[in-house]
Design a protein around this ligand. Structure first.
Ligand code: SF4
Ligand code: SF4
Length: 354
């Protein structure tokens, strides 16, 4: 009797490992960066695995995928991988193939870099291309920002690594909550309710339950709902459930910038990003205000951080207050997350740590 196939998920990753990784599984001793974009992992058996890291435009066509697969076939028996920040990594066991591969990548206009003290590819969410709740675009802003910061991808001249992420709403399906610099689209107005159509399109109990702050309650008279404005955090979850609760507001939707997040445990523990700039206009197609703000943050950090000091560590050393002074950013009421004793001082808030 034929067996029913129950495993319909992705194939087991071990089935797709290059032979050199399978053979040396659990035996890798250390790795080094040979030059920007090129790493070597050395096994206790003496085996060496070379990785060439290249940037991808993140939203890619099948033609692009075919091109990089052809290169993988030519140089590394078809093995390549994508990193969580959308870099492409070619995995080679033959050192002599590194430079010809880099030449072929250059010929296709694909940059090599993103290792060590660099700005690696920016991880981002779906934006206007796909998702329905974005307060801003994702790939559009990232393209504009990365065009300006491109030299930091192909070199390793920064004090430490710098991770940038973008999420186009505060549901943050990107890594915005813990990146050195985070670009976050924000809605700023309470959703508008289309009472006439709501009961035809949406289930009121599901819609009510979708709100994480319990701002929504049924309005039986209108066969609709009402939203308690002071409880709403403009997350758009209700709009995900019901197209008659409109969160998109082109005049008020905006972009905010957060800093000092990290996920690694090296030197200091993981950190959430903190609000640095509460509002920048949503200004497509090139978002000049956002690009300028991110570039300035990178440059101020690079000029003032000590070698090896990531954004969070630099801010810890100089203090949150000094961060605003050095960057010239205004400290506003939006930066305060605890108003206890706010009449006398703001230094008692969790944002000021000393
Ligand atoms: Fe959608 Fe929000 Fe994710 Fe952007 S961050 S893709 S709007 S859920
Ligand atoms: Fe609730 Fe979020 Fe909708 Fe506001 S936007 S009503 S917080 S689900």
């Amino acid at each position: 009797m034929a067996q029913a196939r129950t495993d319909i998920g992705p194939p087991l990753y071990k089935d797709m490992l290059p032979p050199i990784i399978k053979e040396n599984y659990g035996k890798w001793r250390y790795h080094e960066i040979l030059k920007p974009g090129v790493l070597v992992h050395v096994s206790e058996t003496g085996a060496k695995l070379y990785t060439v890291r290249a940037g991808s435009p993140r939203l890619i066509s099948i033609y692009f995928i075919r091109e990089i697969c052809d290169l993988a076939d030519k140089y590394c028996d078809g093995y390549l991988r994508f990193t969580s920040r959308n870099n492409i990594e070619f995995l080679l066991s033959d050192e002599s193939k590194i430079d010809p591969l880099i030449e072929d990548l250059k010929a296709l206009g694909i940059p090599v870099g993103g290792t060590g003290n660099s700005i690696t590819n920016i991880v981002h969410t779906q934006g206007w291309v796909h998702c329905h709740t974005p307060a801003t675009d994702a790939s559009g802003i990232v393209k504009a920002v990365m065009d300006e910061l491109f030299e930091y991808f192909t070199t390793m001249k920064l004090p430490a690594k710098l991770r940038i992420a973008l999420a186009c709403c505060l549901n943050m399906c990107g890594a915005v909550h813990c990146s050195d610099i985070a670009i976050l689209g924000i809605h700023r107005t309470v959703p508008k309710i289309d009472h006439e159509n709501l009961h035809k399109l949406c289930e009121i109990p599901t819609l009510t339950a979708s709100c994480p702050t319990a701002a929504i309650r049924p309005n039986p008279k209108l066969k609709s709902i009402e939203i308690k404005a002071e409880r709403c955090m403009y997350c758009g979850n209700c709009y995900t459930m019901c197209p008659s609760v409109h969160i998109i507001d082109p005049k008020n939707d905006a972009v905010s910038i957060w800093v000092g997040g990290k996920i690694s445990n090296s030197r200091i523990g993981p950190r959430f990003s903190r609000l640095a700039i509460p509002f920048l206009p949503n200004n497509p197609p090139r978002w000049p205000e956002v690009v300028d703000a991110v570039k300035k943050l990178v440059e101020v950090w690079a000029a003032n951080a000590q070698p090896g000091e990531r954004m969070a560590e630099w801010i810890d050393r100089i203090s949150w207050e000094k961060f605003f002074e050095i960057t010239g950013l205004p400290f506003t009421d939006k930066h305060i997350d605890d108003f206890t004793l706010a009449q006398t001082t703001f230094r008692c808030t969790t944002q000021f740590k000393w």
